[in-house]
Design a protein around this ligand. Structure first.
Ligand SMILES: Nc1ncnc2c1ncn2[C@@H]1O[C@H](COP(=O)(O)OP(=O)(O)OP(=O)(O)O)[C@@H](O)[C@H]1O
Ligand SMILES: [Mg+2]
Length: 231
């Protein structure tokens, strides 16, 4: 794989009950960019992301990561043990990554601050949806991953929260991280992403590049390609 690419997907294919959900999907993500992975509800984004991460077995296709990279993932529906605090949950995952205890403590305190969560005694069962999203983002950042794969990281966040998280994405990019992000808030993606793919029925409907958008908005490009319907 060329050094420029951090992730390459070739012909990813998956059917459920004989219905294709991801259909010969190929794309790549370059190092250092924010890559938008766009599609209507049910287009196959979450399934493709899980195939990339090995969480869902693929029928066929190939996923190649650049050598020796670390990958962080924030799932569409984050789940944490409800009786833990945010700190404790991150401590548990940091332990699984074998981050030494003093370093882990420093990193978690910093990460909670980075995602705008207080290091409080509040149990996760009492978290709001936005707080859970922020904790999932913090978890994906544990261990300083090179590539972040974020499945709707701002779903459920209020407008100031979204602006804040998009700002964080830009900061992470500046610090050399690569981000693959999927979201339905196309205005947000247009602002922060360099490039992306739009999928429909699990297959490529088109690609998008910030530099050749011209006067069109990403939403217009999207609606032209997918016809403004679901699926
Ligand atoms: N485990 C499963 N069993 C059967 N069908 C599934 C399964 N997982 C996903 N699907 C189907 O695959 C299709 C794609 O779902 P997926 O969750 O990948 O879409 P998505 O693009 O992430 O949508 P959204 O924007 O709503 O999150 C849907 O029709 C869904 O019903
Ligand atoms: Mg999804």
């Amino acid at each position: 794989m060329e050094e420029l690419k951090i992730l390459e997907c070739n012909n990813l294919t998956k059917s459920y009950h004989k219905k294709p959900v991801v259909n010969h999907l190929s794309f790549h993500v370059n190092r250092g960019e924010i890559f938008a992975f766009i599609g209507s509800n049910g287009a196959g984004k979450t399934t493709a992301v899980k195939m990339i991460l090995g969480l869902v077995p693929m029928d066929s296709g190939e996923v190649k990561f650049a050598e020796n990279i670390r990958v962080g993932y924030s799932p569409e529906t984050p789940y944490f043990l409800p009786f833990l605090t945010g700190y404790e949950a991150l401590d548990y995952y940091g332990g699984l990554q074998k981050i030494p205890r003093p370093e882990r403590r420093r990193e978690i305190v910093k990460l909670l601050d980075t995602v705008g969560l207080e290091n409080s005694r509040t149990k996760i069962r009492n978290y709001s949806k936005g707080m859970l999203q922020r904790l999932a983002l913090a978890q994906s950042l544990l261990g300083s991953p090179d590539l972040l794969i974020l499945d709707e990281p701002t779903a459920g966040l209020d407008a100031p929260g979204r602006v804040e998280i998009m700002g964080l994405m830009e900061t992470l990019k500046k610090s050399g991280r690569t981000i693959m992000i999927n979201s339905h808030i196309l205005n947000d993606l247009e602002r922060i992403c360099d490039r992306g793919i739009i999928i429909k029925n699990g297959a490529r409907a088109g690609t998008w590049n910030k530099t050749d958008l011209g006067t069109k908005t990403l939403e217009e490009v999207f609606l032209d390609l997918v016809g403004g319907t679901t699926k």
